[in-house]
Write a protein that binds this ligand. Structure first.
Ligand code: PLP
Length: 416
């Protein structure tokens, strides 16, 4: 059923769409690439600079409503809300910049490699972390085991068969960027943990689209940015690490801000010594891994984004995304397109990859979407291919409507 009057997003859709001004100009089916800017976070990010301009940022902790740029209470508010977003404890979450930065932190600076170790990933894994893993393979002589998809899906039995006692970590995209295949992360963790392997969940294409529960799934680490399905500002994101691991891993990355002093930061102590006073390990929370790369406007914007999400309800978001995704798949098939994303709703959400059956026609369609005829709105989608799957990718987000998908289908009809 396409309409669900029981879903408050359906009832409030016009008001919700007004948060995204560019929807007046584009048919926007491209959240998997990047979100549209939302008024809620744009105004929050601007408020940050108003705050700075008004001289409210101080470097003396607790002297005023804010403190030093990376020591504002916004840092911990963002962590508390991010933790709620994925059902983690705030101690298990820190603010993070792009997943590529987090991947570099994890693979080079958190894990210890021994020759003969292996890493299990898939041919649907995002190239951003695969590029890092290729170097890890060469540098430490570890094996990279790439599990191949079958008709756009990674069967859990194939993943299971690739894992053994020398598997250090299993790395998967919760939702694959170039196919839309979505893992049952609880199953991935079950098979990995049975052999003592860790699981890193790249949830960038799922955060903000699906309800994520790291505790129920038992994932060890999760990374995601804010600027795709989560509809937040570029520069914000989440790094989650399970509590037991957090305490066990001593990163080869030090951020003095997170030194675990017995009292306050020793700058004002008369006997402050730059060696002795700092001879403490980092804090025991996920902040011990913080690179502090999330700056004020992104933090403010991300907090506003999570408040916005809390008002929508992630279950309502997911429900609407799924309904629109199913509608898009059905209509694409009607006009003769071949959908590469798995049919099974348990294995996908609204990230849909398809083809007209011919790469040149796909490209022509993509170009026409970008430069439509007179008085038509451009349709924003992506041209993407990986592991034999492609070439057109759409994203049906909560702010999309049936009419958006109909506009896409209408253009396919006219171009066929
Ligand atoms: C699943 C996934 N992981 C990681 C990335 C990389 O993001 P960034 O370039 O911001 O690090 C992307 C970007 O598309 C992605 O889709």
């Amino acid at each position: 059923m396409l309409e669900n009057p029981g879903n408050p997003i359906d009832r409030r859709i016009d008001e919700i769409r007004r948060e995204f001004e560019l929807l007046d100009h584009w048919v926007y089916l491209n959240a998997a690439d990047q979100t549209l800017p939302g008024r809620y976070w744009l105004s929050a990010a601007r408020r940050f600079y108003d705050f700075v301009e008004a001289g409210r940022m101080e470097d003396t902790p607790c002297a005023d409503v804010a403190t030093h740029p990376f020591l504002t209470p916004a840092w911990s508010e963002s962590i508390a809300r991010s933790a709620r977003f994925i059902n983690a404890d705030p101690d298990e979450v820190t603010n993070a910049y792009r997943p590529t930065m987090t991947a570099n932190l994890i693979f080079y600076n958190m894990l210890e490699w021994e020759e003969g170790d292996n890493i299990v990933c898939t041919d649907l894994s995002y190239p951003g972390y695969m590029y890092v893993l290729q170097d890890i393979r060469r540098r430490y002589e570890v094996e990279l085991r790439v599990v191949r998809h079958v008709d756009g899906a990674i069967p859990i039995e194939l993943l299971d068969a690739a894992i053994d006692e020398r598997t250090k970590i299993v790395v998967v995209d919760r939702t694959a960027a170039f196919s839309g295949f979505t893992f049952d992360m609880a199953e991935v963790c079950r098979v990995a943990h049975a052999r003592g392997a860790l699981v890193l969940d790249d949830a960038f294409q799922a955060l903000g689209a699906l309800k994520i529960d790291v505790r129920a799934d038992d994932v060890d680490m999760l990374m995601a940015g804010a600027y795709k399905w989560a509809c937040g500002p570029e520069g914000a994101g989440i790094f989650y690490i399970k509590k037991e691991l957090c305490e066990r891993i001593n990163p080869r990355f030090r951020n003095y801000v997170w030194c675990d002093f017995p009292g306050a930061i020793p700058f004002i102590e008369p006997d402050h010594d730059n060696v002795r006073s700092w001879d403490h390990p980092p804090v025991q929370t996920a902040n011990r891994f913080s690179q502090d790369t999330v700056i004020g406007p992104a933090l403010y914007g991300w907090i506003a984004t999570m408040k916005f999400y809390e008002s929508l309800g992630i279950a309502n978001v997911e429900d609407r995304i799924r309904r629109l995704g199913t509608y898009a798949i059905d209509r694409l098939r009607e006009v003769g397109c071949e959908v590469k994303t798995p049919d099974d709703p348990a294995q996908r959400h609204g990230l849909i990859v398809y083809t007209t059956g011919d790469i040149d026609r796909d490209r022509a369609f993509f170009n026409r979407c970008a430069a439509p005829g007179r008085c038509e709105r451009p349709i924003r989608l992506s041209l993407r291919a990986q592991a034999g799957l492609g070439n057109l990718r759409i994203s049906t987000h909560f702010f999309n409507t049936k009419e958006d998908i109909d506009a896409l289908i209408d253009l396919h009809r006219r171009m066929s």
